[in-house]
Design a binder for this molecule. Structure first.
Ligand code: SAH
Ligand code: SF4
Ligand code: F3S
Length: 451
């Protein structure tokens, strides 16, 4: 039985796309392996959002190709870096066989499988120094409808569901609109059927994925004050057996009252929102082409907390955007204190080819970006640690995921606020929702006892 290894960099959407590709290999008679050195097909699903992500994928693939001992192995890049760099990747890594873009995930299996079969039926072929160099980055307006398959026998109680693809916001720093193309939403009935099937296999929690989920079905009319995304949430909420709903990421633009209100009447909607803020300075938000002011962002956070008092808010922040002064940075730090985030991903601005911000004057040096990154991280960690410590002594319901990643003799689950909680083995089963008393907190991890 041939085997495939798939490594994924980047966002949850990429993880979901990789899962689709893996499901197609499984259906085609392949075995999945975590060991690329022993696999017959080696795939990397790439990310272009920051330079570091690209360098990691290039380094990994370069190493795998140069150390490969078996000439038939098929090496392929998929995803955002394939889309943005295409053919030029073959110049960087001559042994690479296949490069497929973000509209071609449903084509990866057949491309790889025919190439592998071809090579295996031709065993006299000499060891390869140059790969097959097949570049498939065709656009396909229906591509988003193909991200719909899951593993037939899943072992986890939580699943990602892609509800849309693409982004049309064109924030001045961001490469995603170039790599993922225009916004396209899947039909609601396809999404609901996929979730019903998942629930039938034991899934209790779904995370709906999109670059800006609140723009889901933006061309559809508002019905009884509810936009298409909130109507989708309501329909997902109706599915019997589904216990928890999450989504990522929302954007302040088009974040209307209907979505704020949803937190007050949809109990399956979890008490967590990942709500990218990017900066606390209106001047920088404008340079970033983020079409909202800090006051609007803060007002939305307040309104959501009013609708759901225990709501945990996490965010994305970019430090060192071109022209960011100390004053701008301090406004961001102030906003972090004001919102009291439960966690924040802090990114140092990374210039991306072809984006307007890469050409802006007053680019900051690495040292300045690093200093702001470390300083802000201290603030974020202090606030997050305090917020977690305040949960000691409270009761939380956790969805048990399985053995803890750091200590297999214990179990890990997550609260509605998406905080990991460790409990003793034998006190619950994976896939179970259990009430626990939080007894201890260390940084970002909580410990508890089922009650
Ligand atoms: N669609 C989401 C973000 C997706 S990209 C949104 O707009 O909310 C994930 C995060 O990567 C962004 O929120 C941003 O903080 C970060 N990011 C994007 N481009 C970047 C760049 N050029 N340098 C550093 N961080 C970047
Ligand atoms: Fe990038 Fe902005 Fe689109 Fe998010 S909204 S993916 S940051 S362009
Ligand atoms: Fe990266 Fe593409 Fe996601 S650039 S963040 S993998 S959409």
């Amino acid at each position: 039985m041939p085997s495939v290894s798939i490594k994924t960099y980047g966002c949850q959407m990429n993880e979901r796309d990789s899962e689709q590709v893996a499901a197609m290999f499984l259906a085609g008679g392949y075995r999945l392996t975590d060991d690329p050195a022993s696999a017959d097909v080696v795939l990397i699903n790439t990310c272009s959002v920051r330079e570091k992500a690209e360098l990691k994928a290039l380094g990994k693939m370069g190493l795998l190709c140069t150390t490969a001992k078996r000439p038939w192995v098929v090496f392929g890049f998929m995803g955002c870096m394939s889309e943005s760099r295409g053919e030029e990747l073959f110049r960087e890594i001559p042994r690479l066989d296949i490069v497929t873009g973000t509209h071609r995930f449903h084509r990866v299996f057949s491309l790889c499988d025919s190439l592998l079969r071809n090579r295996l039926s031709n065993p006299s072929a000499t060891p390869l120094r140059r790969g097959a160099h097949i570049c498939d980055v065709q656009p396909d307006p229906q591509a988003h409808t193909f991200i719909r398959d899951h593993f037939p026998s899943r072992t986890t109680c939580s699943a990602y569901v892609s509800i849309m693809q693409g982004c049309e916001m064109r924030c001045s720093y961001c490469i995603v609109p170039f790599t993922r193309g225009e916004e396209r939403s899947r039909p609601a009935e396809d999404i609901l059927a996929e979730i019903r099937d998942l629930v039938a296999t034991g899934v209790k929690e779904v995370t709906l994925l999109g670059q800006i989920v609140n723009r889901y079905g933006k061309e559809e009319p508002v019905v009884n004050g509810r936009g298409a995304f909130v109507r989708l949430l309501e329909a997902v909420h109706e599915i019997d057996g589904l216990e928890r709903i999450r989504f990522t990421s929302p954007h302040p633009i088009g974040f209307r009252d209907d979505l704020v209100h949803a937190f007050s009447y949809l109990p399956k909607l979890c008490s967590h929102i990942h709500f990218p803020m990017q900066s606390g300075s209106d001047r920088i938000l404008q340079l970033m082409r983020r079409p909202y002011k800090q006051a609007k962002y803060l007002a939305l956070c307040d309104a959501m907390r009013e609708a759901r008092p225990d709501l945990a808010i996490t965010t994305d922040i970019i430090v060192g955007f071109p022209g960011e002064t100390e004053e701008d940075y301090l406004l961001t730090k102030q906003a972090v204190e004001r919102v009291q985030f439960d966690n924040a991903f802090i990114f140092q601005y990374s210039p991306r080819r072809g984006t307007p911000a890469a050409e802006m004057p007053n680019q900051l040096c690495l040292r300045e970006k690093e200093a702001r990154n470390h300083d802000l991280l201290d603030t974020v960690n202090r606030i997050a640690t305090a917020r977690n410590a305040a949960l000691v002594g409270t009761r939380q319901t956790i969805l048990v995921e399985g053995p803890s990643k750091t200590n297999a003799s214990r179990l890990q689950g997550r609260t509605s606020q998406n905080k990991p909680v460790i409990i003793e083995q034998g006190t619950a089963h994976a896939g179970e929702l259990v009430p626990v008393l939080i007894t201890e907190s260390s940084g970002f991890t909580l410990y508890g006892n089922p009650v």
